[in-house]
Design a protein around this ligand. Structure first.
Ligand code: SF4
Length: 449
């Protein structure tokens, strides 16, 4: 193995470590760690503070030997939303921090990477695994790091409804699966001739399907679906959301009870939306937007926010769009950003270095609002001890199988219990899910990224 460490070239966020700021906002309780990770957590919890020097000196003892051992074969990746500072750690060690589109391409763009360690949510690691070669293994630092939006769109909820829709609408139905879905739903999209999408390319993918005269079943995020429909010019009357999966209580039927307006509205719809949502993005309201605009801030939001918030804002787009807006804002600019709290905190630090003021859209210093921004708690289940432990256990050749990610794995985010497909089932799922991911890549790259 090479002993050279390497910076893999997915797009760099340019995030820098501020030596004065603590490296982690809060520690996880010890009993949240898998038994193999507890020794690392105990050491971490015993450190005198969370300052970068203290944490990095400790992390170096695990990360550097693993990098020396694996060389170019090791690729570390994290998402922009990762619990505050883990993204800085991943970048510091030459890893890549990116949005979900770039992350999905991590394995294919880096065939030299044979050991891919992901510090983000499970569906992102699974998307990398779906596109990975046979000689590339994907590991997640904490398999319980899930996405609440995806948790309201498990295959056992969506597939029965989708089967009834396929029966009713036949080949006209095309499933578009947001990246925040399990591989099982990406396979459903592939099976219906559909595609995966991200928040940066959803409009292109939906337009592609509508141009073919398809009726789109968009899963899982109703808000991204609705915003995308507005963006491509669909009348909101032809966009119908299924009821909130939390109130369906196991009765996943596609009948008059499935949506307001019943089957008539559903038959007339050009886009049917699964009823899931992101709790982090649905806290935003138009009054938050107005508050900051009245004080001279430009408001930019993520399209997982509600339609009325997106319409009131000055701009909307993916995490890459939001990050770019901060990076390119002229000194003296003031931005209020409506997205995940850790991302905004990192953006605020980066903006401050250039004289750009960044605030979180829901952090309103007026007690009558009673509102404050929040981070993605499930994604933040990855932290420095998880990263140190994963890399050390891999180097020693004793990584827990629970942290290996294979296409089709279904993980219970509460217990960590995993249901794994057998080889033949997995091969079929990979073929179908890959088709939907590759279709997204084709559509995106054909139209200039
Ligand atoms: S921020 Fe929302 S959509 Fe993104 S991973 Fe967290 S729960 Fe899921």
């Amino acid at each position: 193995m090479s002993t050279k460490t390497h910076t893999h070239g997915l797009e760099s966020s340019g995030i820098q470590l501020d030596p004065a700021l603590p490296i982690c906002q809060s520690d996880l309780p010890l009993d949240w760690y898998q038994k193999e990770f507890k020794p690392y957590a105990e050491e971490y919890l015993a450190l005198p503070d969370r300052k970068p020097k203290t944490v990095l000196d400790w992390l170096d003892g695990y990360v550097r030997p693993a990098q020396a051992h694996f060389g170019d074969q090791l690729l570390l990746v994290a998402h922009f939303y990762m619990g505050g500072e883990i993204v800085k750690l991943v970048e510091r060690y030459g890893g890549a921090v990116a949005d979900s589109y770039q992350l999905a391409l991590a394995a294919t763009r880096h065939p030299e990477a044979k050991v891919i360690v992901e510090s983000a949510v499970h569906f992102m690691a699974e998307a990398i695994a779906i596109l990975a070669g046979e000689d590339q293994a994907v590991w997640i630092t904490n398999p319980k790091a899930g996405c609440t939006m995806e948790m309201l769109a498990k295959d056992y909820m969506v597939l029965p409804v989708a089967e009834q829709m396929i029966e009713r609408y036949g080949e006209k139905l095309c499933v578009i699966a947001y990246m925040n879905t399990s591989g099982r739903l990406k396979a459903l999209a592939g099976r219906t001739g559909g595609a995966v999408c991200t928040s940066s390319n959803a409009a292109k993918v939906v337009q592609w399907a509508l141009k073919q005269g398809k009726k789109v079943f968009f899963v899982p995020d109703q808000h991204l679906g609705r915003n995308t429909a507005a963006q491509v010019g669909l009348s909101q009357e032809r966009v119908v959301a299924l009821r909130d999966p939390q109130v369906l209580r196991g009765g996943f039927r596609f009948d008059d009870s499935a949506a307001v307006g019943g089957l008539r509205a559903l038959d007339n719809a050009q886009m049917i939306l699964w009823g899931s949502f992101c709790g982090v993005h649905t806290i935003f309201e138009p009054r938050h937007v107005r508050y900051w605009q009245e004080r001279g801030y430009r408001v930019l939001v993520h399209p997982e926010s509600r339609l009325e918030v997106v319409e009131a804002a000055n701009g909307f787009g993916s995490t890459n769009y939001l990050w770019d807006a901060v990076a390119k804002a002229a000194p003296g600019s003031r931005l209020a950003i409506g997205t995940e709290g850790h991302f905004v905190r990192n953006a605020r630090e980066q903006g401050r270095l250039r004289g750009v003021e960044v605030v979180h859209l829901a952090d309103i210093p007026d007690p009558s609002f009673q509102s404050s921004g929040c981070g993605c708690a499930t994604m933040s289940r990855n932290d420095p001890p998880h990263l140190a432990g994963m890399l050390d256990l891999l180097r020693r050749g004793t990584p827990p199988d629970a942290n290996r990610v294979l296409a089709g794995d279904s993980v219970d985010e509460r217990s960590g219990a995993r249901e794994r497909l057998d080889g033949a089932e997995r091969a079929l799922l990979v073929a179908q899910a890959r088709a939907s991911l590759e279709r997204m890549i084709e559509i995106t790259e054909a139209t200039g990224g």
